[in-house]
Design a protein around this ligand. Sequence first.
Ligand code: CA
Length: 680
Amino acid sequence: MSIWKTIGMGLFAIILFSCTNQQNEVSLFSPDKANKVSFKLDADGVPRYTLTRGDETLVASSKLGFVFENNDAFNQNFSVESTSTSSFNEVWEPVIGERNSIENSYNELQVALKEKNEKERLLLVTFRLFNDGLGFRYEIPEQENINEIAILSEETEFNIQKDAQAWWIPGDYDSYENIYNETLVSAIDSANTPVTFETQAGTFLSVHEANLTDYSDMTLKGSDKGLYCNLVPWPDGVKVKSKTPMQSPWRTIQIGEKAGDLIESSLILNLNEPNKIEDTSWIKPMKYMGVWWTVHLGFETFEVGEHQAAVTHKAKKVIDAAAKFGIEGVLVEGWNKGWDLRGKSNEIPNFLEAEENYDIEEVVAYAKSKGVELIIHHETFGNIAHYEKYLEPSFQWMKELGVNSIKGGYAGSINPPEQYKHGQWMVRHYRKLMELAAQYGIMMDIHEPIKQTGLRRTYPNLMTVEGVRGMEFAAWSSGNPPSHTVTIPFTRGLAGPIDYNAGIFDIKFESLNNHKFNWRKPKKKYPRNPGPCVKTTLAKQLALHVVLFSPMQMSPDLPENYDGHPAFKFLQDVDVVWDDTKVLNAEIGDYLTIARKSKDSEEWYIGSITNEEKRELNIALDFLNEGQKYEATIYADAGDAHWDSNPTAYQISTVTVDKNETLSLKLAAGGGQAISIKPL
Ligand code: CA
């Protein structure tokens, strides 16, 4: 039986639909009546929508429609054939997530449009308006005058106020691994979603998409009026290849009165299909360690040789550490044949054969004897056709070995080189991968993924993905600025879990001093900072395990940097999936404090982080149970801690608290604080 369930599903006879005196304009309110979306056809029969909240226009009149390669433009000369409204309300339970139940409540408006010419082509637009935002999608039904579809342009506009503040990364078609810009909307040339905004009136918005299925990734482009949809193309310039009946992904605009409301919103998940996996007992959130960071630091290699990282005895050493620390999983990168040919062959690597010096059967057996789960690494090097040939045989082999998780990777550009990583062709690949993994009972952590759009609701074995400029950049570039991790929860994080790989304790990279060998050469593209590149304090590394939600969460540093370290207790204690999530305070790019209640437990974990500024934040513990005393263990920055000059100075203290308590959190520049709260 599937775990999701529906409570109180049904259509309510609430009439929220109203015709105004403007011809062809219809409006719909959110269940709490705060948000309003209006649809109209202008004088040229161009479909347009407007989104308002109270007196504030959030999205001014914005166009809808398509331009096709193989058919007349489908963006004007329409008449409204019919409109209908309905309401929906359910509470469903995610298999794993940030909370144990999610309310899905919206009012819906469906508009059927017909062209006013002899072709009489039909287009449906469905709006779902929630208290926390808007989703809308196109449907092109089966009809005589459209069969094959070749979209040259989806004409959707998002005319958000040009003087709103925006947090965005460039609209790169192959990578989401970038530092966020903070500018006015008018300064955006192109952006990958989610793009997040604060209007002049202080309302928070984020534009993204939900349920990206057999379509290409939506990026945004800037124009004189605002922003518009720009889909990632196929090699021939066509954006989407489809046929009727066709549904677009949902275009989403999340709305919050506070920045933290965006993080608490479940709108993206609510616009996805329910869980398709019947037996979910094999889906097990976990913490993991790895044979990984040493290669990023450069003193071990993925390739065979003297400094090879993936050798049997080194893997066993990490397994021993994981067993000792109570960490469930161990990832070993560079385990299979073909790494020496990277960049030289499109027929690598071999997903069925381990390199010499790495006895995978022995490692799996050893891990099992220690109660540790091995995570298989599938670095595709972007050789997609090659990887697809290996998918089923490698999944089969993994199940025979008794291995249930994959960390995938798509480093570099893809092959065929004329395809983009975020185009429809690759969207199809990533979906095929997830469907097959679900069929074989395999959990996925995908690096260099297609961006998340809520598919984890449908396939809860999609545990986590990267798709962000993560911790790896600290090892071989100038790193990520302290504001980065205070920005991504409000942008990239709205799409879903982030496998960021925070938890570096050797922040000054003193481990490097023990190794003469280093294959990493400073790169032009990523000049290596001579100083510490992690750019946070130690306490902030801990806090990121709460702030950055990920049902597979890595403790990435070398085992010896954790062993006996008093602060490691926090990473051992903290959970990775949650009964509840509360944002206690938040300003995008400045600071963020999140409290999460551990799954099936009365324990709470708090993570608080800041940017380059030191600050003091007061938090009320009023979410705790009435009449219960708790022990709070506080992992704080020391008084003289600083991300650059003194990153590893921390202090641990213990206090007894209850729900009437207010804690005062002192965060160093680039610092943070992590707190575990356990019932006494
Ligand atoms: Ca990466």
